[in-house]
Design a protein. Structure first.
Length: 281
């Protein structure tokens, strides 16, 4: 996954490794980025090799009006990139239980979802908890299926869904495969990130030892069989991208960051069945 703040030069450096898609994104605000110029630069670099299926903005639109306004700007800019999805955090009214964020969520995203529908864009919420809980959420209420059901009830338009990955499910000790079978129709974008549970630590010390219970992992190094994920997605008509979210793996980081990401790229390609082969006539 390429960061918008890294600039097109970053994409230019790594596209030659065989990446087929990128997710340009911003942290909280667009700032002084000229989205029209940025989109043109990115599309020129991608050429016919890679596409932009999703662009993202990660802030707290329920308490930050500037982030909410930039969500709207991203929605209206999606077509410049050729993107069909805008992703990000759902936001949170911090200091209150998740259910008390729902009126504000309906106010903010009821409006944004209608704007997105008019633009032919779908909205996908990443389900990272950002260190929050049900009773005290931070940045993002969309980290529990219970919250998803509330959100989908508050905004009943069918263009709001999930930016999903197995990592956050595993981190919450949820079976990601079982969950994906249930919510696949609501999955609009996939982050390529996995996790590994340290079962020995849990069995020896429990969950309050201060020792790491779960590691975020780059695909191919974690607990999940991505062939299963891709199978479920395809059976449910998914035709979007899987964008690798790097910079989290405890082993393949630093000087090994791109080694891990390119390995993940090749692993994911193998899980989908490799390159497309045309059937004989």
């Amino acid at each position: 996954m390429a960061s918008m703040t890294s600039g097109p030069g970053y994409i230019k450096q790594i596209i030659g490794h065989g990446f087929e898609s990128f997710e340009p994104n911003v942290w909280q605000y667009i700032g002084d980025v000229n989205l029209e110029e940025y989109a043109k630069e990115v599309k020129d670099i991608c050429g016919g090799q890679a596409k932009i299926d999703c662009i993202g903005i990660y802030g707290n639109p329920l308490i930050d009006e500037k982030t909410a306004a930039d969500w709207e700007r991203m929605i209206k800019a999606a077509k410049l990139f050729g993107a069909r999805v805008v992703s990000g955090f759902a936001g949170a009214v911090e200091g209150k239980p998740i259910d008390q964020s729902m009126p504000k969520f309906k106010e903010v995203f009821g409006r944004l979802a209608k704007i997105a529908a008019d633009e032919g864009v779908r909205l996908a919420f990443e389900n990272c908890d950002m260190g929050g809980t049900w009773d005290s959420p931070k940045w993002n209420i969309a980290h529990s299926p219970r919250a998803w059901e509330m959100m989908f009830n508050e905004v009943s338009l069918d263009n709001i869904g999930l930016e999903w990955e197995p990592c956050h499910q595993i981190y919450s000790f949820v079976d990601p495969i079982r969950q994906l079978r249930k919510y696949a129709k609501r999955v609009f974008h996939i982050h390529g990130k996995d996790a590994t549970v340290n079962h020995d630590v849990i069995e020896d010390y429990g969950i309050r030892s201060g020792l790491p219970l779960v590691y975020h992992r780059t695909p191919g190094f974690g607990d999940t069989n991505w062939s299963d994920i891709i199978t479920i997605l395809r059976l449910n008509g998914y035709n979007g991208a899987i964008d690798i979210e790097g910079w989290h793996d405890p082993v393949y980081n630093g000087d090994l960051e791109m080694t891990g990401q390119v390995y993940a790229l090749e692993y994911l390609k193998s899980c989908r069945g490799g390159d497309y082969i045309e059937n004989p006539k």
